[in-house]
Ligand binder design. Structure first.
Ligand SMILES: Nc1ncnc2c1ncn2[C@@H]1O[C@H](COP(=O)(O)OP(=O)(O)O)[C@@H](O)[C@H]1O
Ligand SMILES: [Mg+2]
Length: 247
């Protein structure tokens, strides 16, 4: 059974059909990717799954439950977690404090007990920082991190929420080729070592073929292909979409 099944979901904004009857399934333990050029509907699709946007039609089934229209925090509580964007990182707090905050939120500890809780959750925070390769930067201010390390921190915060399915929207966005490579390597390692189910979006084709086990291709809001990397690579329509696309 699939962990996530987006059943023929659609969303239009005014005259723009951002997502059109897209049907995608993610199986447990899988590392899946949605690719498509800019404007293809990837972010809207993520917003539909995570409850930031309600679909015009279709349903979202997660872990056996119909979660269509459920607000994001309720979906997150069920284990459907989206990587936090830059704005969710507190720049004036240290790397460790950022992760610890989410560990605490997850444990639903009240702020009154912060000082005790901070000690209790230190181990878990250290473990999460090590997992994302930030053990050495625990005391650095989050606002001073490079783009690659900030993504590591966002991943650490997302992992603190103990996701069943982790969604990453263009995790290598704005990164140098070196940072991109190390972020992709980290995502692959997390998927393998933590046995996480991961769904990420990407517009650069080369980035996904090395790690994705299954790929869905969006183009103008439509799902034009879906399958293993080798099938996607050989797909004529996908080749046409990406021919001349230098991004
Ligand atoms: N809130 C919105 N209001 C109006 N149009 C939107 C909105 N969000 C996305 N769109 C449009 O929907 C289409 C898909 O956008 P998006 O999902 O961001 O694509 P991608 O993430 O693949 O780049 C684009 O044409 C975009 O301009
Ligand atoms: Mg996007």
């Amino acid at each position: 059974m699939s962990l996530l099944h987006a059943q023929s979901v659609s969303k239009s904004f005014g005259g723009v059909q951002a997502v059109s009857r897209v049907d995608v399934q993610v199986r447990e333990g899988e590392l899946a990717c949605i690719i498509g050029p800019n404007g293809a509907g990837k972010t809207t699709f993520f917003n539909l799954i995570t409850g930031y946007v309600t679909p015009d039609e279709g349903r979202v089934i997660f872990d056996g439950q119909d979660i269509t229209g459920l607000p994001p925090h309720r979906a997150a509580r069920l284990g459907l977690v989206r990587s936090f964007q830059k704005t969710h990182v507190f720049p004036q707090m240290s790397v460790a404090e950022n992760v610890q905050t989410m560990v605490l939120v997850q444990k639903k500890r009240s702020l009154d007990f912060l000082s005790t809780a901070l000690r209790l959750e230190r181990d878990e925070t250290e473990e999460l920082l090590a997992m994302v390769g930030l053990a050495g930067s625990a005391r650095s201010l989050a606002g001073t991190l490079s783009a690659g390390d900030r993504k590591r921190l966002e991943l650490g915060i997302a992992l603190a929420a103990r996701p069943k399915l982790l969604l990453l929207d263009e995790p290598t966005c704005g990164m140098s080729p070196t940072e991109t490579a190390s972020t992709i390597e980290l995502i692959q390692r997390l998927g393998r070592e933590q046995r996480l189910t991961l769904l990420f979006t990407e517009h650069k084709m080369d980035v996904v073929f090395s790690i994705a086990e299954r790929i869905a291709v969006l183009h103008f809001g439509r799902l034009i292909a879906e399958g293993k990397p080798e099938d996607i690579r050989a797909n004529d329509e996908v080749r046409r979409v990406y021919l001349g696309d230098t991004t």
